[in-house]
Design a protein. Structure first.
Length: 130
């Protein structure tokens, strides 16, 4: 590899990193909003249908700690965008970045809502709820 190729590889890697990192705040804000929404769904379902409502604070503390762990994990996985882009070297890169970011944010925001709705449904369908 020549010096020109090395510097171009470094600068493209740096620009890739900058592009993804510039969107991390937006990614985390979306996760926070979805987390609170899921948290509210579980709290409401627990209050309405569960025998756990007297211990709601303990239940919600556990759910909150699990969500913080989830946010740490998905932020580490967020780096997959940078890594995959470096391996695939997609063309046009702008389209890849836009689609990969949207798909990543959709998947990471959908999962907590699916889990919250599943917990709420299980509480609502339990025999004690009837």
């Amino acid at each position: 590899m020549t010096a020109a190729n090395t510097s171009s590889a470094v600068s493209s890697g740096a620009s890739t990193w900058r592009w993804w990192e510039a969107r991390r705040l937006r990614f985390n804000l979306a996760l926070i909003v979805v987390g609170w929404l899921g948290y509210g769904i579980i709290a409401a379902a627990t209050l309405v249908w569960s025998e756990l409502s007297p211990r709601l604070s303990e239940v919600m503390l556990g759910q909150g700690l699990m969500y913080v762990f989830y946010m740490v994990v998905v932020n580490v996985l967020y780096l997959a965008g940078v890594l995959v882009e470096g391996v695939l070297k997609p063309e046009p890169v702008a389209d890849y970045r836009r689609h990969a970011f949207r798909l990543g944010i959709l998947a990471t925001c959908a999962l907590p809502l699916i889990v919250a709705l599943a917990i709420a449904a299980s509480l609502g369908l339990s025999p004690s709820a009837v």
